[in-house]
Design a protein. Structure first.
Length: 131
């Protein structure tokens, strides 16, 4: 998943979701936490956060890729941050854009572009696409 977005405010919610797959909050998500503004990828078990955060009113490019054992993230072309991957990224029953499947944790901003790739992107490609 590659998302190009801005947020108008990060203080209005504990977490904002840009993209989620699944019936509940406990499945695959891409978003950021208001406390530190760091984008994350979440597979239902593990969270992988970028090393730096987003800035309100500035366009950010964030990417998440997952494979057999790692969940990888990159923000604005920065070095890849990896964590273990539980093997599933949502169940695909519901795809939500700008919020979670249960209509909570909305993004207070704009999504300029959202690309979903059904296969894993190599780390160098993920970095290039978010630069």
């Amino acid at each position: 998943v590659i998302a190009e977005f801005d947020c108008l405010s990060i203080a209005n919610t504990a977490q904002a979701d840009i993209f989620s797959m699944g019936i509940t909050d406990a499945t695959g998500r891409v978003g950021f936490f208001a406390a530190d503004s760091k984008p994350f990828g979440f597979d239902g078990t593990n969270i992988t956060q970028s090393a730096s955060g987003v800035t309100p009113n500035i366009i950010a490019k964030f990417g998440v890729s997952y494979g057999s054992s790692l969940l990888n993230v990159s923000l604005n072309g920065a070095a890849i941050v990896s964590q273990p991957f539980d093997g599933a990224f949502g169940n695909g029953a519901v795809v939500s854009v700008g919020q979670t499947a249960n209509n909570t944790q909305q993004l207070f901003g704009h999504i300029r572009r959202l690309d979903y790739y059904p296969t894993r992107l190599a780390n160098n490609v993920l970095q290039q696409m978010t630069a």
